[in-house]
Write a protein that binds this ligand. Structure first.
Ligand SMILES: Cc1cc2nc3c(=O)[nH]c(=O)nc-3n(C[C@H](O)[C@H](O)[C@H](O)COP(=O)(O)OP(=O)(O)OC[C@H]3O[C@@H](n4cnc5c(N)ncnc54)[C@H](O)[C@@H]3O)c2cc1C
Length: 394
């Protein structure tokens, strides 16, 4: 391929095909349902299964397990495209496909992969990840959920909160979860915990969320849950490593969601500036409006290019790009929120109303400065990593 024609956003025919599938799915099926599910604070389970039918829940999972066997660029394409229409639904897909399925794919053994992945990729199961607890978020090694070995089982006790896909609705627990629990002093182990294990229950649903309202966020309770040793992911004490590895692709996916939000916001302000007139001219003629459009377009392009460039070099099987994944999310999250904010401003009163979509994107964008690591956590991690190895900046 002539190097100037290389397309960072869809580099191969497989990626171009995926982009086309996503365009159709988003236009025909995701966009029309987004406002209602946001307003009603409901997860669209039927749409989630449809995403499974289209192969969008397992783009990074191997073909042996029903996935597409593609790479991190494909994952970024999915989250970018879906988030341009419905970041709430996208978060549910990301929690399932990356935090759960991809986590099992990389950190589980062959038996667990065979058990979990075909069900996850098809959408038969919905899964999530349990890290955060009522009293412990950023300081994750201080978690209080404990796993105690008892013969050929572990016994899990504790509570997790803010868990995306914790339920499908108020009465229905999600199907399976990767759960991190302490097995020693600041030593974590990852387990696969399934619906139906006695003592595992859906706690309260978090209602009245600011944004990502189309995803279901809940508390999950573990009361003496007996988990077979075979459901342990990796060796005892290897949970922190598994978590750090999975957080990289999670952060890349969240960066992609912010790119999608920025893209939609910039496009919305351009269209409006072309149509709307004030003082006898289109809005695009006003210097202050030009500044919103130009600055946000430049930031959107920078965030997209950065995110897709990290994805191009990222191997989901091995990870190892902590600094770039942290930095892409740190940057893109703020770009997405600024772009949605600017879009509301450019649209004036119309931007404040639900019909224009950007108020929803603005509410959803805020989550990306908190979930998967707060801005402050990224500042801390990046500075620690860069100061330890300054040669990362040539
Ligand atoms: C909608 C939603 C969905 C989520 N989904 C999931 C999920 O599926 N699974 C899951 O496990 N979790 C999930 N989370 C939880 C999310 O990852 C946490 O909220 C996040 O990691 C922050 O933890 P915390 O809320 O406990 O905040 P805290 O850790 O209590 O932090 C509070 C504030 O203090 C700051 N802070 C903390 N420590 C430091 C420090 N050392 N230096 C400077 N500032 C600091 C933080 O940046 C933040 O501003 C979700 C959250 C939301 C809102």
């Amino acid at each position: 391929m002539e190097w100037r024609s290389f397309d960072l956003f869809a580099p191969t025919p497989d990626h171009a095909h995926l982009a086309e599938t996503l365009r159709e799915f988003v236009t025909r099926e995701v966009e029309p349902q987004a406002a209602w599910h946001d307003r009603e604070e409901r997860f669209n389970h039927a749409l989630f299964r449809r995403a499974g039918e289209l192969g969008l829940l397992g783009v990074t999972i191997g073909e042996d397990y029903g996935g597409a066997g593609l790479d991190a660029t494909a994952a970024v394409q999915v989250f970018d495209a879906l988030a341009g229409a419905d970041p709430g639904f996208t978060l549910a897909v990301l929690a399932h496909a990356v935090l759960f399925a991809q986590n099992v794919n990389v950190n589980g053994d062959e038996l667990l992969r065979k058990h979990v992945l075909p069900r996850a990729v098809s959408g038969q199961w919905i899964g999530g990840l349990c890290m955060t607890e009522p009293e412990v978020g950023t300081d994750v090694l201080a978690m209080r959920t404990k796993a105690r070995r008892d013969g050929d089982h572990y016994v899990l006790d504790g509570c997790k909160t803010f868990i995306t896909n914790g339920g499908i609705d108020e009465n229905t627990l999600g199907d399976a979860f990767v759960v991190y629990a302490a097995t020693g002093e600041r030593s974590l182990t990852a387990f696969l915990v399934e619906k139906g294990m006695p003592g595992f229950a859906l706690g309260q649903k978090w209602c009245d969320k600011l944004g990502v309202r189309a995803s279901f966020t809940a508390e999950l309770v573990f009361d003496g849950v007996r988990v077979p040793v075979g459901n342990r992911m990796g060796e005892e004490g290897e949970g922190t490593r598994a978590m750090m590895r999975n957080l990289e692709i999670e952060r890349l996916g969240l960066a992609a969601m912010s790119v999608g939000i920025a893209r939609r916001s910039v496009r919305t302000m351009i269209d409006y500036a072309n149509e709307r007139r004030s003082f006898g001219v289109p809005l695009r003629e006003h210097g202050q409006i030009q500044r919103y459009i130009a600055e946000n377009f430049a930031e959107y392009r920078a965030a997209a290019t950065f995110t897709y460039d990290v994805a191009r070099r990222f191997d989901p099987a091995t990870a190892g790009q902590r600094v770039d994944c942290d930095a892409a999310k740190l940057f893109a999250a703020q770009v997405g929120k600024r772009a949605a904010d600017a879009a509301i401003q450019v649209l004036g009163g119309a931007g404040y109303m639900g019909e224009a979509v950007v108020e929803r994107l603005w509410r959803d964008a805020k989550l990306l400065e908190i979930g998967g690591g707060t801005l402050e956590a990224h500042h801390r991690n990046l500075t620690k990593d860069l100061c330890r190895d300054p040669a990362q900046v040539p």
